[in-house]
Design a protein around this ligand. Structure first.
Ligand code: HEM
Length: 540
């Protein structure tokens, strides 16, 4: 050891004796350093700092990237692919997923890791100690920081337990009568607006999904005018929450309009919650989510609930708290449900053979009585219609990716750790188009969901609603509502779709939609008339 130290010190002292270094030492006085800084102009300082910043940005990118797929360098320094992210293209996302099981991009200071492999995606969803859902900064202002949806860990799990009961089949059955009324209202409206030919349905279907959700959540406490106002304005919230938006709310910008709409909607929900409390305390039976929640609170208060979670976890929530939670249901459901509605109606309109099978099933389960009211038992019998909804969710999954943020360094796979603060994004689309599980994954085949089939068994690939502690709260609601809605729509209408070259192209707007905004016509039909398979072909 002593020898090594001696050798080192000898080398050092020898190098210090070099003539070049000696003259450098002589010239490096305090005065000379001050003199050097005096000669520096502002622009020199600026460009030096810029150069250091750019090198730092590239070096940090290389360190964070490690061995995963992604551009060799940040082609656009600092901003990265920011401009592309303003107008996201489905094909670009797909190319990214195909580039490797883990790939990355860096936009400004945000480092993003994308997991396209099924098992890695599942691992992210199921690692709440390392990751939590990530929302754009402005979402916290719009949904309010105290909202339950931002809870993490045990606090989140406990709160969720209190909500799960509001979306079970039994609970949902109680909301069906008012939902059916609303479905009939919208289906009549669709016939009216398309009586002279096809009309643009993108906005119409968004409005219907909003109306149906509001009815299920608030029952008759919300007025028709309020439903219309919220349904008309809700797109302002979606626009405010786009991935790229200014984080500060400045008057008359997208985020300002979004916040204003959210506040207006929560105010309506708070009033409805007040009414629901009066109704339930007077002994009323639950007919909507608000009623059901307040009923659970009342029962928990009296210690009467059968649900052990409710006894422990449900306290009395204020109208404001309730309104904020109900708003998160609307927020979580609106875009995904609208996406499903667009694809589902387009797909079935384009496939008269599938429409015919739905009609036959509908007549059979209704005992040839098309006016039979919806009930849980009736919907449970609609096996084929349900399979069509399921296949639509697989074929065109409304949510293609779910952003999470890394809380502490997270070993995603053997060779790669995502650094703290980075974003990790499990993707859903590749698992749902895996040819190993879904033969001909780019074909729409409802029969693949026959009980006991390979697709049914492949539970790990079914990521449409996520998995883990944040798994979608509304998935049973989605199946019940859409099976019922599709059955009624197809039984009583011929759906005519004007196919354009953009119909099958995918536009990304929070979720995914047909690029031509869906041109449809709802033509009333006698439910007993055999299917007219020619209609679609004539239009094409
Ligand atoms: C086609 C329709 C829908 C799709 C595809 C969908 C999909 C999803 C996905 C992928 C997640 C993230 C899951 C995760 O991170 O593991 C989620 C979360 C959520 N969804 Fe849905 N959803 C739909 C409709 C709904 C509806 C109708 C409701 C409410 C009634 C709802 C309420 C929620 C809530 C509250 C969360 C957050 C849960 C939590 O953080 O604990 N969703 N959904």
């Amino acid at each position: 050891m002593a020898t090594i130290i001696n050798t080192l010190s000898q080398n050092i002292s020898e190098s210090f004796q070099s003539p070049v270094l000696h003259s450098f030492q002589e010239s490096l006085t305090v005065e000379s350093v001050i003199e050097f800084f005096k000669t520096l102009s502002w622009w020199k300082v600026f460009f030096t700092a810029l150069a250091v910043g750019l090198v730092y940005d590239q070096v940090m990118y290389q360190i964070r990237k490690g061995n995963i797929a992604g551009p060799r360098f940040k082609i656009w320094p600092v901003i990265g692919p920011f401009l592309e992210s303003l107008d996201p293209k489905f094909e670009e996302y797909k190319a990214k997923w195909d580039s490797g099981p883990l790939s990355c991009v860096s936009i400004f200071h945000k480092f993003v890791v994308i997991a396209s492999d099924r098992d890695l995606a599942r691992k992210i969803f199921q690692s709440p100690s390392y990751v939590k859902p990530c929302v754009v900064d402005v979402a916290i202002k719009i949904l309010r920081p105290e909202n339950w949806v931002f809870l993490d860990g045990k606090a989140h799990v406990d709160y969720r337990k209190g909500l799960n009961g509001l979306f079970t089949k039994q609970a949902l059955a109680a909301y069906l009568p008012s939902q059916e009324e609303k479905m009939d209202h919208y289906l009549n409206h669709f016939r009216e607006i398309s009586k002279d030919g096809t009309a643009v349905f993108f906005h119409e279907l968004r409005e219907m999904m909003c109306g149906l959700s509001l009815k299920a959540f608030c029952g008759d406490y919300i007025t028709e005018d309020q439903i219309k106002k919220v349904a008309d304005d809700y797109y302002l919230v979606t626009a405010a929450l786009e991935l790229v938006n200014f984080p500060i709310i400045i008057p008359f910008t997208k985020t300002w309009y979004g916040k204003r709409t959210a506040d207006m909607t929560m105010k309506i929900f708070a009033e409805c919650a007040g009414e629901a409390k009066k109704y339930i305390r007077a002994g009323g039976k639950p007919t909507c989510v608000l009623d059901a929640w307040i009923n659970v609170m009342e029962e928990a208060k009296k210690g009467k609930s059968d649900n052990p979670d409710a006894k422990v976890l449900v306290r009395e929530f204020s109208n404001k708290e309730i309104s904020e939670a109900i708003f998160t249901f609307l927020f979580a459901s609106q875009d995904a449900s609208s996406s499903l509605a667009c694809w589902l109606f387009q797909i079935v309109a384009d496939r008269p053979d599938i429409a015919e099978k739905i009609r036959q099933e509908q007549l059979a389960v209704r005992d040839n009585d098309p006016s039979k009211p919806l009930s849980l038992e009736l919907i449970d019998k609609m096996t084929y219609t349900n399979m069509v909804v399921r296949e639509s969710l697989r074929y065109r999954p409304p949510v293609i990716m779910v952003p999470y943020v890394v809380k502490k360094s997270f070993q995603v796979n053997e060779g790669y750790s995502a650094p703290k603060g980075s974003m990790v994004i499990p993707t859903l689309y590749p698992a749902l188009h895996d040819p190993e599980v879904y033969e001909n994954p780019d074909e729409f085949i409802p029969e693949r969901w026959t009980e006991g089939s390979k697709a049914c068994e492949a539970k790990k690939n079914w990521l449409v609603f996520g998995t883990g502690p944040h798994v979608c709260l509304g998935q049973t609601y989605v199946f019940m509502t859409f099976t019922a809605l599709l059955g009624k729509a197809i039984l009583n209408n011929d759906l005519i779709h004007k196919v354009t070259e953009l119909s099958e192209e995918i536009r990304v707007f929070a979720t995914i939609f047909p690029k031509d905004d869906l041109l449809l016509q709802f033509k009333p039909r006698d439910p007993f008339t055999p299917v007219q398979t020619k209609i679609n072909q004539e239009v094409q």
